[in-house]
Ligand binder design. Structure first.
Ligand code: HEM
Length: 207
C-alpha cells in the first residue's frame, strides 16, 4: 500500500519541526546537565546567564535566517519553523533576564538594576521589543491584528540590532566573535532591504 504524497509531506514537515525544536532545546538541556554535573566553572551564575543570553541571540538570528533560506532553496518548510524559533528566542531571553536577576544583581531595587548600566538598558530595550512579538504570535492574535500584525512584527529588526549592541557592550575581551555576529546581522538586514525595500525594516510602517 503506497502512502499519499500529501501524508508523507506532512510527516516530513513534522519530523523537520521536531528536529528544529530538539536543536533549539539543546542550550537549555546542556545548561541543566552542567548544573547537575557541577561543571559550570568558577562562576556558575555568570556562565548560566551568558549561555542563555547567547542562545537567545543565536535563535533570533536563526529566526531571521528563515526567509533567506526559503528564497534560496524555494522550500516553504523554513517558514513553518520561523514562529517556533522566535518563541524559543523569547523563552531564552526571559530565562536570561531571570538568571541575571537571580545570580548577578538580585531582586532588590529593580529600577536601579535596569537603568544604571548602558549595556543593561540596551538588553532591557531589546527584551521589551520582543515581549509584544511573543504575545501576538498566536494564530488568534494574527487574525485579530490583521494587516497590523506584520508592521508590528518588524520590531524584530531593531530588537536584534539592540541585542547585538548589548552583546558587544558587555564584552570584556574577544570582540572578534561579536564582530562576526555584527556582520551576520548586517547581512540579514541588507538582504531584507534588497528583497523587500527599506520600509520592510521599519516597525509599524505599512508596506
Ligand atoms: C533586561 C534584559 C537583559 C538583561 C538585564 C541582560 C543582562 C545581561 C548580562 C548581565 C550579561 C553579561 C553576563 C556576564 O558576563 O556577566 C549579558 C550578556 C548577554 N546577553 Fe543579555 N540581558 C538582557 C537582555 C538580552 C536579550 C534580549 C538578549 C538577546 C536577545 C541578550 C543577549 C545577551 C548575549 C548574547 C550576552 C553575551 C553572552 C556571552 O558573553 O556569551 N540579552 N546580558
Amino acid at each position: 500500500m503506497s502512502t499519499a504524497p500529501g501524508a508523507s509531506r506532512s510527516a516530513a514537515l513534522l519530523a523537520f519541526r521536531l528536529a528544529a525544536a530538539t536543536l533549539a532545546s539543546m542550550p537549555l538541556l546542556l545548561v541543566v546537565l552542567d548544573i547537575i554535573n557541577q561543571s559550570l566553572g568558577p562562576d556558575p551564575g555568570q556562565e548560566v546567564t551568558e549561555t542563555l543570553g547567547l542562545a537567545a541571540f543565536q535563535l533570533l538570528l536563526a529566526t531571521l535566517f528563515m526567509t533567506p533560506l526559503q528564497r534560496w532553496t524555494g522550500w516553504s518548510g523554513w517558514l513553518r519553523i520561523r514562529r517556533m524559533l522566535g518563541l524559543f528566542a523569547f523563552f531564552y531571553a526571559s530565562l536570561h533576564v531571570l538568571a541575571f536577576l537571580q545570580f548577578i544583581l538580585g531582586w532588590n531595587d529593580l529600577w536601579a538594576t535596569f537603568t544604571k548600566r548602558p549595556y543593561v538598558i540596551a538588553g532591557a530595550v531589546s527584551f521589551l521589543l520582543l515581549v509584544p512579538l511573543a504575545a501576538t504570535s498566536t494564530r488568534w492574535m494574527m487574525k485579530k491584528l490583521g494587516r497590523q500584525w506584520k508592521p508590528l512584527h518588524r520590531s524584530i529588526y531593531p530588537a536584534v540590532v539592540i541585542a547585538w549592541l548589548h552583546f558587544i557592550w558587555q564584552a570584556r575581551s574577544d570582540v572578534g566573535e561579536m564582530v562576526v555576529y555584527g556582520v551576520i546581522v548586517l547581512g540579514l538586514l541588507a538582504l531584507r532591504w534588497r528583497w523587500f525595500g527599506p520600509g520592510s525594516l521599519i516597525p509599524f510602517k505599512r508596506a
